[in-house]
Ligand binder design. Sequence first.
Ligand SMILES: C[S@@+](CC[C@H](N)C(=O)[O-])C[C@H]1O[C@@H](n2cnc3c(N)ncnc32)[C@H](O)[C@@H]1O
Length: 283
Amino acid sequence: MTTWSGVAEAYRVSFATLCAGTIDRLLDDTAGPRHLDVGSGTGELARRAQARGRTVVAVDADPEMVALSSQQHAGTTVQAALPHLPLHCRFDAVTANFVINHTPDPRAAVRELARLVRPGGRVAITIWPSDPPAWASLVQEAFEAAGVVSPPSRRLEPGLDFERSVAGLTSLATSARLAPLGARELRWEWRTTVDDFWSGLAGGVATAGQVLAAQTADVRRAAERAFRDLTSALVGPDQVLALPSRAAYLLATPAPNSLTGPTRPTAGDRTGGGRRARRSPRR
Ligand SMILES: C[S@@+](CC[C@H](N)C(=O)[O-])C[C@H]1O[C@@H](n2cnc3c(N)ncnc32)[C@H](O)[C@@H]1O
């Protein structure tokens, strides 16, 4: 599993702009007024949800991400980790953009999202598919050229893992008693620069960044040279690197008669437990 400790700023300038490519889809497919965003990262989804008039509760496991998120929107940001969130109310919309795949128990994590959506509300989830998108293949190629050696796999045990695909995500949702409303692949173009992309990897973001961090200094330098060689042919005159990207996407609603557990279907956005970040001025 990937650790998110100490990478928030490197994430903000690099992969956050990649993950932002699906945000408008998730917001278009859900409705407020009460919106829960889990694994909120920099808070960009929460910011855009608020711009649509929603009252947002954001949750992230990492304290630096919580600090970034709380600067982006006027809602509450709670530090807590799936699969157990200290929330005791239900929301009209629950989003988890590229988060479920980072949790220690993805099945239980989706059950927790299902617990927190009101009857008739919507849950929208994205994950990276196992079949790598173009940007991930570029990293793979650069790493291979530099002789990067992968540390032992930190994948989940087979009993906890799931198929990283639209079908795999759908199966998690149905086992959490969510009824799929739409399940498909999303495609978009990630517009970044070579420097921003590399700064995410060099900053230890995500699995690739952590694999790179585990290499010797010589191998890291060779990986950067290979990455810059490969990408130099792809940048446009404006220095923009435009890379096709794909995600597995699921939109779902609670299945009839699926309401279980201690959560009360209340109208407020009461949160309990967890560490709450200071509210920041509305921007
Ligand atoms: C790939 S980032 C996605 C962030 C954000 N959703 C976005 O679209 O930019 C994954 C985020 O999930 C958070 N995270 C990882 N494990 C988590 C967990 N078990 N519960 C809640 N958040 C978690 C990380 O701290 C990080 O902010």
